[in-house]
Ligand binder design. Sequence first.
Ligand code: FES
Ligand code: FES
Length: 205
Amino acid sequence: MTRRSVLASGAVTAAALSGPMAIGAAPRAQAVPPAPVAVKFEVNGKIRALSLDPRTTLLDALREHLHLTGTKKGCDHGQCGACTVIVEGRRINSCLTLAVMHDGDKVTTIEGLGTPDDLHPMQKAFVAHDGYQCGYCTPGQICSAVAVLGEIERGVPSHATADLMEVSFSDAELRERMSGNICRCAAYPNIIAAIRDAAGKGDKA
Ligand code: FES
Ligand code: FES
């Protein structure tokens, strides 16, 4: 008997072949979840200790385990920037990194920048300039914008930097640096105005 004749006889359907006990296949081992891993990091100034499945992203650790839901899950694929947080002074997409990789790190989320009664200057500027509509992208935009000002201050160049020896503040720099943060409400002009304002550069180019 050949494989072809077995298939032609109809005795084995495609569904049976793709099932867990396909003819000739060894029984699959039951998937065993990996052992939890202890992670400790500082989130918004507080030490947080968790026991996590090592596959947990930083985004899920923040949202699902620490209930810091200000950080948003947009695409979960590193494409929208809604999940941006600041880790050790650098902005990152928290959906693209595992929580266990940040053991010992300092993490700042939107909740750690300011409170409703005591807004961070960047949060105030976003309110003053209507830098949002639905607000879903806004926590990521604000975390990113805060980190962008730090990047420019430290002289970190971007693709839009004309003179690598002197990184200057410009709308071109802001647009390039904020290009990883998508706003489907298209509040972009107001976001740029807000960042200029928070940087003390006025709200007009
Ligand atoms: Fe992380 Fe979109 S949710 S980049
Ligand atoms: Fe709605 Fe940006 S304010 S997606």
